[in-house]
Design a protein around this ligand. Structure first.
Ligand SMILES: [Zn+2]
Length: 259
């Protein structure tokens, strides 16, 4: 592990010294480094090949992105992830990455690392690094852009969604659900009453004032779409989507998006 950490440091230092920005995505696997680059991928690959005494392979995924795989033990064993480091490189601006990635618009993914300003917040949203750090330690996160109101309208008026919107809503809800299953709590910290969240029903039931950032919230007892009663049992893994006063089972909201 020590050897691994040393190589990890060396590789990130090379990337940072090339003016790259390292993405600190919270659900990232330990053997993946996501990175926004300023030089083209071939150039980064050449430099890594020169400086690292290791086997390195380049897999271009598009004109502006690619994966560089580094074999830490110098053997090309594709299955052993403990000996592999994958650099996911994107030749684009932080703005473009933030708006187009699935994990964008979640406050827990707003911190980045660069050579000139070690850890910093992508400061479009008026949030402080301290706050984000504290929230990350406490496994709390929220959504940042007021663009889910359409979904509420579509649900209430039984409107069918087009493919692009369908995929958009699904990807964002699905990403939030992965965090929930990893023990995080989603709240309305930034958007307040314009926000949306997914959580275990038990967390809504016991922490609603902390999640909604207001007092005296009236919780319904059953799903808005199917009418089934929510389960308040602490051991139950009933995951629920919320926007405004609508509370909907995860399965029901996904089925609704795709119907
Ligand atoms: Zn339901």
């Amino acid at each position: 592990m020590e050897k691994y950490q040393k190589q990890y440091m060396t590789i990130t230092n090379i990337l940072l010294s090339l003016n790259s920005t390292i993405i600190n995505e919270v659900l990232q696997k330990y053997y993946i480094i996501k990175c926004l680059i300023k030089y083209n991928i071939q150039k980064i690959f050449d430099i890594l090949t020169i400086y690292l005494d290791l086997k390195v392979k380049l897999y271009p995924t598009s004109k502006l992105s690619g994966i560089i795989r580094i074999y830490l033990n110098n053997k090309t064993d594709e299955d052993d992830t403990s000996e592999i480091l994958d650099l996911h490189l994107y030749d684009c601006s932080i703005y473009k990455y933030h708006y187009n990635s699935i994990e964008g618009f979640f406050d827990c993914n707003l911190t980045f690392t660069s050579y000139s300003s070690i850890n910093y917040v992508y400061n479009q949203y008026n949030l402080k690094l301290d706050d984000l750090y504290y929230r990350r330690v406490n496994k709390k996160f929220c959504y940042l852009i007021h663009n889910f109101s359409n979904l509420e309208f579509y649900i209430k008026n039984k409107v069918k969604l087009g493919n692009i919107l369908r995929q958009y809503f699904f990807n964002k809800i699905n990403y939030a659900t992965k965090l929930i299953k990893d023990g995080w709590i989603m709240d309305d910290f930034f958007l307040k009453d314009k926000g949306w969240s997914v959580n275990y029903w038990n967390n809504y039931y016991t922490n609603i004032n902390l999640i909604k950032y207001k007092n005296n919230v009236k919780l319904p007892t059953c799903c808005y779409l199917c009418g089934k009663k929510f389960n308040t049992d602490i051991n139950d893994n009933n995951i629920v989507f919320n926007i405004n006063d609508l509370y909907i089972d995860l399965e029901c909201i996904i089925t609704n998006i795709y119907s």
